[in-house]
Design a protein around this ligand. Structure first.
Ligand code: NAY
Length: 288
């Protein structure tokens, strides 16, 4: 399960419906062009929190059908409605997903005991491995080393997708839990995370910049830090321009420019203006 995973985008049409052909093309682009090791399906980048349970199932289904066993597949099933999370976990597991992942429950400012109970309850209902999805900037949920340790005591909890700029905590988790999988979640910080010996990374920009991400990861693993820094520098020039123009919309527009039918984002995400579309094309021509 180690390696680089694209946080998979989904193609939506103007009515907000899943564009099956477009989604299949995004999967193929990631496997055939970006050469990623796996796909993280229905995460933040997949606009998971903007879609219905039926759409989540539809996406899990299409992605597994298109990817088969060519790459590893992780299904993000976290939902505030725990019954939905369990149903999605069982569904993805029945399709053959290699692991499930669940974002820390958010919005109600749950106590740690409640968060732990959430994961334990899901795992009572599904025979699959689980990766904690920690993204404090979006959820407001900050867990400390001891709390990660408590979650890791469950043998089905095999790791964490660590999307935070806290390298002190990342180093402590790596040191304390050498057998758990740690995936870095911020593409612009892939090099420092790789130096701290993460097992892989999960990123939105890998949908278009997967080859450079892999280079950074592999160069860092083999101790070629100067070379890795150069690739991270170009990568961060690219990411800065993408963030400035609108993260998910710009990645989709770059994919469209590359001939992939990546579609639109779901409302309330706004669409790119004509200027934004031109800018995305310029970014693609300059970096990709
Ligand atoms: C997800 O579930 O899609 C992720 O969290 C993937 C990680 C991305 N985080 C978000 C919130 O999109 O790739 C990152 C991020 O887009 C990138 O580093 C740019 O900041």
């Amino acid at each position: 399960m180690k390696g680089l995973y694209s946080a998979l985008m989904c193609s939506f049409d103007e009515q907000g419906k899943v564009n099956e052909q477009g989604l299949r093309e995004i999967v193929r682009h990631n496997i055939d062009v970006s050469k990623i090791d796996g796909l993280y399906v229905n995460g933040s980048t997949g606009e998971n929190f903007l879609i219905s349970k039926e759409q989540k199932k539809q996406i899990f289904d299409i992605v597994k059908d298109e990817a088969g066993d060519e790459v590893k597949l992780i299904a993000q099933i976290g939902a505030l409605n725990i019954d939905e999370a369990i149903e999605l976990a069982q569904f993805a597991t029945s399709l053959g997903y290699d692991a499930i992942s669940a974002v820390t429950p958010f919005y109600y400012k749950f106590e740690f005991e409640e968060i732990k109970d959430y994961y334990t309850t899901i795992l009572e209902h599904v025979d699959n491995d689980l990766i904690i999805y920690s993204i404090p900037a979006l959820t407001g949920v900050n867990m400390n080393l001891e709390q990660f340790g408590e979650l890791f005591e469950h043998e089905q909890v095999i790791g964490v997708k660590f999307t935070a700029p806290d390298f002190f905590l990342l180093e402590r988790i790596r040191h304390a839990f050498p057998d758990k999988l740690i995936y870095s979640g911020f593409d612009e910080m892939l090099l420092p995370a790789s130096v701290l010996n993460v097992d892989g990374a999960i990123g939105s920009t890998f949908n278009v910049n997967g080859k450079r991400a892999k280079q950074i990861f592999e160069l860092a693993q083999s101790g070629q830090i100067d070379e890795a820094r150069e690739v991270q520098k170009v990568t961060n020039d690219l990411i800065a321009e993408i963030l400035d123009n609108g993260l998910y919309q710009t990645i989709k527009e770059i994919l469209i420019f590359k001939g992939v039918n990546a579609g639109l984002c779901r409302k309330p995400m706004k669409s790119l203006t004509d200027d934004g579309i031109s800018k995305a094309k310029q970014i693609a021509e300059k970096y990709l």
